[in-house]
Ligand binder design. Sequence first.
Ligand SMILES: Cc1ncc(COP(=O)(O)O)c(C=O)c1O
Length: 364
Amino acid sequence: MKFVDLQSQFAAYEPEIRREIEEVLRGAQFIMGPKGSELEGKLAAYVGATHAIGCSSGTDALLLTLMAYGVGAGDEIVTTPFSFVATAETVSLVGATPVFVDIDPKTYNIDAARIEDAVTKNTRGIIAVSLYGQCPEMETILSVGGEYGQFVIEDGAQSFGAERNGRRSCGWPHVGTTSFFPSNPLGCYGDGGMVFTSDDKVADCVRGLRNHGQWERYQHRAIGINGRLDDLQAAILIGKFPRFPDEVSVRNYMGQRYSDRLGDVVGVPVMSPGNTLVFAQYTIRTPRRDDLVAHLRENGIPTAVHYPIPLHLQEAFRGLGYGKGDFPESEAAAREVVSLPMSAFLSEADQDEVIRQVRRFFSG
Ligand SMILES: Cc1ncc(COP(=O)(O)O)c(C=O)c1O
């Protein structure tokens, strides 16, 4: 059994993907070619943003956004300690300081009610992560940001395709970023990411910065990076995208199917009102997590822990001065969560086996 079944997905979409790749190979425009712009147009329309800018990864999408806002030394960015490292790593990369706020233990997303307490005169913005494919309370976060004149970035690496109160993930003000890492809901076959915004100025900055700070060829107005999405990856995404809405529905169905059958033995994902999840991960919670993982491994079922060490306790962030006990909800989640196999190509028979083994563990 696969944790994310990319082989079956390729088998199902092979003709479309090969056709798109073939066009790039024949046209030989591999960097900043027509497939990149075509994908940007399609995905901007999908999320409801004016601009979409393809980037080399979800990490670079975050980095470029922070660069576009001119974030640097002395600035603070409020974010969650319970995320993939890139969320805070990019803040440190531009020389600013991540300021962590603990999570809501039900959704694992930043606790919007506590953000205000973390705001200082140096706070420039907030990075709200839509963990496991569920948007946080964006309305509250945007209103806190609005009150103090800060920008809000939704790190939607895991939530492309999710919705909240009729708005798609990555389509919120001011900026949404996503990742096309292969196992993400919409994944390419390498690294890729995207910045979404309806702010013309931010979009223009990101466009130039992702291409070595040049808006006209060989005229470098700013220090940028090589942060472009290449056309082969864009082509693969164009090949996959027409079936993406169906995949989102199947993921929802499979997520609900897990919850209906496991909700009495483990903590299952809690949907905050108004949210539609995309289940980038199907993540359960139990104090007996490590023994459950061992039991599932012995029975041929792959699992993953997203994430075993919260960011404030990572060695790389030691300089921030946080310690054990600072964010108890994140620390408890890191001890207790585990993600089960999930993709639009997980068969019901395989899912039943996962369910059977989880239940067997708790009945033993
Ligand atoms: C929440 C979050 N932010 C950022 C990233 C970085 O994306 P990438 O691996 O494309 O750089 C990831 C990776 O999936 C992620 O899960």
